[in-house]
Design a protein around this ligand. Structure first.
Ligand SMILES: *Cc1c(COP(=O)(O)O)cnc(C)c1O
Length: 360
């Protein structure tokens, strides 16, 4: 068996320990004589899996009792519609546009009400986070929306926007559980798990209880109403059971590593190796304003598309996979999520040094 260092933006690297455990339990989960894939979502064994998973993420993020944790489907993209359908009482919302995902979310919300784009960094290809300390937040906005870590462009909000009392909604798909968060600052925190937590097919929504109501937009499907899933403890219909099981294992793994403080330290240490190299390199260049750099997604370029392509190809041959930048921006991107080991980033930097010597 030989594993590569996988720098994919998502679906992405998972902790090897978790994959091994899942493999060992594949045919017989905990004496049940069946795989988690094969068991009823109403069974006692699965009930324990989902309850434990919820408790563990609550512990990790220190989630207050007045927030629900929902395990849903449809990916982060389905939340682009579910959020306005459930929250747009006044049919007005403010969006901060820091990349493709925020842009898509705003466009979807426009189907349901008035969307004010109160800040944007599109003028410089989303290479920075705008100053959000004093934005023209709309008087009647039902919420203010951000994408907290911009997977494609490699920027991250280091400070949350001043929403002037309005509910903050955040897509944290690509920075979920990468560092401690103060949940009380948000109305909704949500993310698809395939970036930093588990296999594709699960989206986790952490939502303050007062935002869960029957008063949703007319025509909102039962399945797209938060109350449906909150009342049924994410078991209204068949949930993505196997995915939830893997997420639960990842929560345990993070706990065993020391929790979110330890994750943050580890992620900072990894990112520093790469950013420090980029800052002194004569060939490679980071594409993002330093103060807004993501710890998770690191885009970089040589400035020559052919050389970029050569780099990606040779890196792959050296066991460093999925370094090609997003199709909309080109260049390279190294996603260095929680499960990417320090050694993986060092291997990447060593390879970049060698490539620089050979090609400068
Ligand atoms: C990947 C990603 C999405 C889209 O997720 P899907 O689960 O494919 O819908 C949305 N937002 C962010 C920040 C992402 O990184």
């Amino acid at each position: 068996m030989s594993r590569v260092y996988n720098f994919s933006a998502g679906p992405a690297v998972l902790p090897e320990e978790v994959l091994k455990e899942a493999a060992a339990e594949m045919l017989d989960y905990n004496g049940t004589g069946m795989s988690v894939m094969e068991m009823s979502h109403r069974s006692k064994a699965f009930e324990e899996i989902i309850t434990t998973a919820e408790q563990d993420i609550r512990d990790l993020m220190n989630i207050p009792d007045n927030y629900k944790v929902l395990f849903l489907q449809g990916g982060a993209s389905q939340q682009f519609a579910m959020i306005p359908m459930n929250l747009m009482k006044n049919r007005v919302a403010d969006y901060i546009i820091t990349g493709q995902w925020a842009k898509k979310a705003a466009k979807e919300a426009e189907k349901y009400g008035k969307v004010n784009r109160i800040a944007s960094s599109e003028d410089k290809t989303f290479s920075y986070i705008p100053d959000c300390s004093d934005l023209p937040v709309s008087e009647d906005a039902d919420y203010v929306y951000i994408c907290e870590n911009n997977t494609i462009y490699g920027t991250k909000f280091k400070e949350l926007p001043n929403t002037k009392g309005k509910t903050l909604v955040a897509d944290v798909s690509s920075c979920f559980l990468s560092e401690p968060v103060d949940v009380t600052k948000y109305g909704i925190i949500y993310g698809g798990v395939q970036k930093n937590i588990g296999p594709a097919g699960v989206v986790i929504v952490i939502i303050r209880e007062d935002l869960i109501t029957e008063d949703v937009l007319p025509g909102t499907p039962t399945m797209l109403t938060y109350k449906t899933h909150a009342d049924a403890k994410s078991l209204y219909n068949t949930p993505p059971a196997y995915g939830i099981y893997i997420c639960g294992k990842v929560f345990k793994w993070i706990k065993s590593m020391g929790g979110l403080e330890a994750m943050k330290e580890r992620n900072e240490k990894k990112a520093k190796v790469l950013y420090d190299f980029l800052d002194q390199s004569k060939l490679f260049k980071g594409t993002v304003e330093k103060k807004d750099r993501s710890l998770m997604n690191v885009p970089f370029v040589t400035g020559d598309a052919d050389l970029d392509a050569k780099f990606v190809k040779e890196a792959k041959a050296a066991g460093l996979e999925n370094l090609k930048g997003h199709r909309t921006v080109g260049g390279m991107r190294a996603s260095i999520y929680n499960a990417m080991p320090y050694e993986g980033v060092v291997a990447l930097v060593d390879f970049m040094k060698k490539f620089e010597e050979e090609n400068l």
